[in-house]
Design a binder for this molecule. Structure first.
Ligand code: 1PZ
Length: 213
């Protein structure tokens, strides 16, 4: 029996490249594929991160449900999703009620986490051989996601970061070859992640969706 294909972060990162169309729309299919892969990668880092992967998983699952649900043609891109959910009054602008979470508020959480990912990978890419992954991760988190999390989650996250392996070992867990190869892959992938991030940020800002409860 053939061994299962080795997991490589290269394909995951390139999913974000496939997200952006010529019209600068962000396609949900590859966006969620990218997230699926990131979650898989997070699993490989150990059980300390499972409270993080569970939350990301739930959000990705909710989005996948919308993407193959009754209104699937509205969930092709972030742009069509925003238009549809706003026009149909599906977005809770002020506070959450008992209604199911909207795609917009769910993507917003993933979008904020994408900013963390961008900072973190950039920190890894440019960090010295002996820099600590946990420090890079904490700095990226404090500069992004932490602002949206209550104290108890910030505390738990910061404690989990201490379990991260050294930069070199971390780059090797990406499974793209040597640490130098991994740095090169990051250099190629990061502009695409930044692109997805900034298009989404602009879209959400334009529609005043950046503070959805
Ligand atoms: C490589 C190490 C991985 C570090 C991951 C850094 C992110 C820390 C995030 C801690 C999240 C903790 C659990 C739950 C948080 C939720 O309350 C929030 C808000 O959602 P709401 O409550 O409003 O529904 N969820 C989030 O902020 C989304 C977090 C997604 C994190 C994805 C991490 C992807 C890791 C990729 C690894 C390369």
């Amino acid at each position: 029996m053939a061994a299962p294909a080795a997991f490589s972060l290269r394909e995951v990162l390139s999913a974000f490249e496939a997200c952006v169309t010529e019209q600068r729309e962000v396609l949900l299919g590859p966006y969620l594929c990218g997230w699926r892969g990131l979650i898989r990668f997070l699993h490989s880092l150990g059980a300390v991160f499972s409270f993080i992967s569970k939350d990301a998983e739930a959000k990705v699952q909710l989005m996948e449900g919308l993407c193959c649900g009754e209104h699937r043609e509205r969930y092709v891109s972030l742009q069509s999703m925003v238009r549809y959910e706003l026009d149909s009054g599906l977005v809770e602008l002020h506070r959450r009620s008992g209604r199911p979470d909207s795609g917009c508020r769910t993507v917003l959480r993933l979008h904020r986490a994408l900013r963390w990912l961008q900072l973190f990978l950039e920190g890894l890419r440019t960090g010295g051989e002996h820099s600590r992954t946990s420090a890079i991760c904490t700095d990226s988190y404090n500069a992004s996601l932490a602002a949206f999390h209550p104290w108890v989650i910030r505390k738990a996250a910061t404690m989990a970061f201490c379990a991260l392996p050294s930069r070199d070992a971390f780059l090797r867990t990406m499974n793209v070859g040597s640490a130098e190869d991994a740095v090169a892959v990051l250099g190629e992938a990061l502009p695409h992640i930044s692109d997805v991030y900034s298009i989404t940020q602009e879209l959400f800002a334009q529609h005043r969706l950046l503070d959805l409860p």
